[in-house]
Ligand binder design. Structure first.
Ligand SMILES: Nc1ncnc2c1ncn2[C@@H]1O[C@H](COP(=O)(O)OP(=O)(O)OP(=O)(O)O)[C@@H](O)[C@H]1O
Ligand SMILES: [Mg+2]
Length: 240
């Protein structure tokens, strides 16, 4: 479980997160919904310790991120995968090299073991046979799936997705949403999905959190959010 307790984050005096309290339950997908500029990415970066809150704390599996030494934070991060808003693949590496990079750097796995593992995760994301391609040869949806493969290759407990469907057409968005659900179902992954895509929220959410100007204005089931905050959702869809 991840506990976010009274988290405030400022940038140059501007309050971006204003007292966020949230519990991320294991084995569930929590969707954080909100228009552009509301602090969604900043929240994710606080959760993995890329940013430090000015006030409050993040507790992951009972360990507070406040005051962790670099090495301890690095250890804790092994439980987390972060799928960035862009796919953040290395353009100069092939698909298999992109996925194998972390394994080569941080494990003692043999070349053969890594090759097998890479093949296996590519199968999970439905991208068999693309090992030798470069990112520029892939569509946006395929890149996103490779980014997800690279994230699951080291079996994270938590996956944080930043706008996983933004910029994708309906079909690719559908594939990515199905993948998020599959990783939960088959591997028990706990996910936080940040998005302003209502379809994505409806497909993957077990729980919805609505963010507005750095505050949580709704927390509950996806069935309820449309009843209580339809205006804000419309505003969000138009603003994206
Ligand atoms: N490193 C930073 N330095 C200064 N300001 C920042 C920094 N990161 C984010 N901000 C500011 O914090 C606010 C929230 O940014 P954030 O990226 O979290 O928005 P978002 O909800 O993810 O939006 P989007 O949907 O466009 O990705 C913005 O006003 C942004 O300019
Ligand atoms: Mg963002």
């Amino acid at each position: 479980m991840i506990e976010i307790k009274g988290v405030w984050k400022y940038f140059e005096g501007k309050e971006v997160l204003r007292g966020i309290n949230l519990k991320i339950e294991d084995g569930m997908t929590t969707v954080v919904l909100g228009p552009s500029g509301q602090g969604k990415t900043v929240l994710l970066k606080n959760i993995i310790g890329l940013y430090k809150p000015e006030r409050g704390e993040i507790i992951a599996d009972g360990i507070s991120l406040n005051g962790l030494k670099k090495r301890e934070l690095f250890e804790l991060r092994k439980k987390f995968a972060f799928i960035f808003q862009g796919s953040a693949l290395f353009d100069f590496l092939t698909v298999d090299e992109n996925i194998a990079l972390y394994l080569r750097m941080h494990t003692k796995m043999s070349k053969e073991e890594i090759e097998k593992k890479v093949k296996n995760v590519l199968k999970v994301v439905g991208m068999e046979g693309t090992e030798q391609l470069y990112p520029e040869e892939l569509s946006g949806g395929m890149k996103k799936r490779v980014a997800i493969a690279r994230a699951v290759v080291f079996s994270p407990k938590y996956i944080l997705y930043d706008e996983p469907t933004t910029g994708l057409d309906r079909e690719n968005a559908r594939v990515v949403n199905a993948l998020i659900n599959r990783l939960k179902r088959e591997y028990g992954v706990t996910s936080i999905v940040v998005t302003h895509d209502i379809d994505c929220m409806e497909t993957v959410a077990d729980r919805v959190v609505l963010l507005k100007e750095g505050r949580i204005i709704f927390m509950g089931k996806k069935e309820e959010v449309k009843e209580s905050h339809l205006d804000y959702l419309y505003e969000m869809e138009e603003g994206k």
